[in-house]
Design a protein around this ligand. Structure first.
Ligand code: UT7
Length: 333
């Protein structure tokens, strides 16, 4: 029997219109455009404005964009996996909400929570449902409204994050294109360095937790940086080695966009020149689960059938990993 791979056959993306520039951040806190650009590479990030708008609203725009490009009805989608750290609500799953709002009424699905590595975790999960032959059309969404958990009085963390997301469609391929390999890792002891203190079952929301600003992202930046640089580069090198990939035959690195310095360290470890690395951090900052699909969305027109693409991510948890994809189509739809 021929092996079934899960090929990405369409990509959609969405970023909100509002641009939160470094200049505007300078008016909100003691920071500077120069500091932010030198330390992170970020110039601006997008923010979702509007009462009652959540991660699902951005995901729906990305999904509509994808369905239109692929020329299929929402009713054809069988499964939706949503990677998000900022779900619309604690429950139900944001995947459910997206299915309802985008009219994917024949689909089932759920959310995956692996912080900044969520998209490659969800992609790996989604690929299994295709590889087993169980489903023919699986949507994987990565989306976050990071502004909803940002303390804009905390200059060490709030300057990094932004809102946005994207989606990819997985379909069966028997010609050797699609998701080929994934290495995924977790180390729960890293949770102390990057987490949200309150709002979960350990510390439910109360007047006190709100007053203490415990519903925002807590990050010890330097510690996270050290783990991220090492682990993201290690896992990218490992996936290259075990798939006989070299700097010459890899077409693109799609790195999580957390810090330009972490991206550069990963690319250096893979010996990849800058022109093979997707970087849009200067315009969107760190959109957590959104970074990788947003890169694929923006670079889609430059991709070719047969391109070897390595996705790499590191995030809260800690979680990290790399995925190797042999791209399945030429250019943008
Ligand atoms: O995506 C999930 C995973 N997350 C990451 O990968 C993030 C990893 N961490 C980082 O990217 C970096 O650690 C940060 C960008 C968060 C911070 O950069 P850093 O080079 O590690 O800076 P630092 O925290 O060591 O701070 C250096 C100095 C400090 O001042 P002193 O103590 O040297 O006087 C900070 O108070 O910079 C100060 N500082 C700032 N100054 C101006 C911290 N934030 C700012 C700021 N503007 N926004």
């Amino acid at each position: 029997m021929q092996k079934i791979n899960a090929a990405i056959t369409a990509v959609g993306g969405y970023v909100p219109e509002y641009r939160l520039t470094n200049a505007e951040l300078e008016t909100m806190m003691d920071t500077s455009d120069e500091w932010i650009q030198t330390r992170t590479g970020i110039k601006e990030r997008r923010i979702l404005k509007g009462e009652g708008k959540g991660s699902s609203d951005m995901a729906v725009e990305a999904v509509k964009n994808l369905l239109e490009k692929r020329g299929i009805s929402p009713l054809e989608i069988e499964m939706v996996i949503c990677a998000t750290t900022t779900p619309d609500m604690q429950f139900p799953a944001t995947a459910n909400v997206i299915c309802d709002k985008a009219g994917m009424t024949n689909a089932w699905g759920y959310d995956v929570n692996a912080a900044c590595s969520g998209f490659i975790f969800a992609l790996t999960v989604g690929a299994q449902f295709i590889e087993t032959g169980r489903h023919k059309k699986v949507l994987v969404v990565g989306v976050d409204k990071m502004s909803s958990i940002m303390n804009y009085e905390d200059r060490t963390t709030s300057i990094i994050f932004g809102d946005g997301g994207g989606a990819v469609l997985l379909e069966p391929n028997t010609d050797g294109y699609g998701v080929i390999d994934s290495i995924l890792r977790t180390d729960g002891s890293g949770r102390v360095f990057l987490h949200q203190k309150a709002g979960g079952s350990v510390k439910p929301a109360s007047m006190e937790t709100v007053m203490n600003k415990e519903h925002y992202v807590y990050q010890e930046g330097q510690a996270v940086f050290k783990f991220a640089v090492k682990n993201m580069a290690d896992v990218a090198a490992e996936i290259m080695e075990r798939n006989n990939l070299t700097a010459e035959n890899v077409a693109w690195l799609v790195p999580h966009q957390a810090n330009k310095r972490i991206i550069t360290a990963t690319a250096d470890r893979m010996n990849l020149p800058a022109e093979k690395v997707m970087v849009n951090i200067e315009r969107y900052g760190n959109t957590t689960n959104g970074t990788l699909p947003l890169c694929l969305w923006e670079w889609e027109s430059k991709l070719h059938k047969g391109d070897n693409i390595v996705l790499a991510a590191f995030g809260g948890g800690f979680t990290w990993g790399a995925t190797y994809i042999r791209w399945a189509y030429d250019g943008a739809k």
